[in-house]
Design a protein around this ligand. Sequence first.
Ligand code: GRF
Length: 198
Amino acid sequence: MKNIVILISGGGSNMEAIVRAAGRDRWAERFGARIAAVVSNKAEAGGLAIAKAQGIDTTVVPHKDFATREAFDEALAKVVDGYAPALVVLAGFMRILTPGFVNRYAGRLVNIHPSLLPAFPGLNTHQRAIEAGCKVAGVTVHQVTTELDHGPILAQAVVPVLPDDTAATLAGRVLAQEHLLYPRAIAGWLSDTSCHNE
Ligand code: GRF
């Protein structure tokens, strides 16, 4: 069985969309894959209760307990490695990962970013898109490399920016697409890697 480990920091709505898709679209039968664990750097992350309710293992590795990014990433990797993951999914995981962590999972580490990369890497993407006068915005699923929000693009979805949009209304429109795109992109990745393995 291919284990998927999902890292979160907050509400976990993308994680929930992935878990639902895995059940609905029978990832276990089709790809031999399952969501093995959800790991958060914050104990208060709302997504933890959602994962637990689905019977998924959850672990908290509080970044505040570690003096350096390297020490935190090492502790995080220890938990993640416990599941021998085929794929590590960042879903609203709000920590910058060290090159050591990123390289350890090279080729099996993906992220979702709420902009049409390469436009607007980093934070406050929706406000920046509105201020730049963009007529469209969107979301990107990409492989994670050591440069923040710059890895090879796996999938994108576009939404319109409407004249009255605020960062909040645009974020809501983008998030609805995130919930469709991320499960689809992961299923595509699983289907590709299944083929390579056969
Ligand atoms: C999403 O917009 C994601 O793209 C961004 O943070 C938000 C997380 O939402 N990085 P959730 O925790 O998945 O609900």
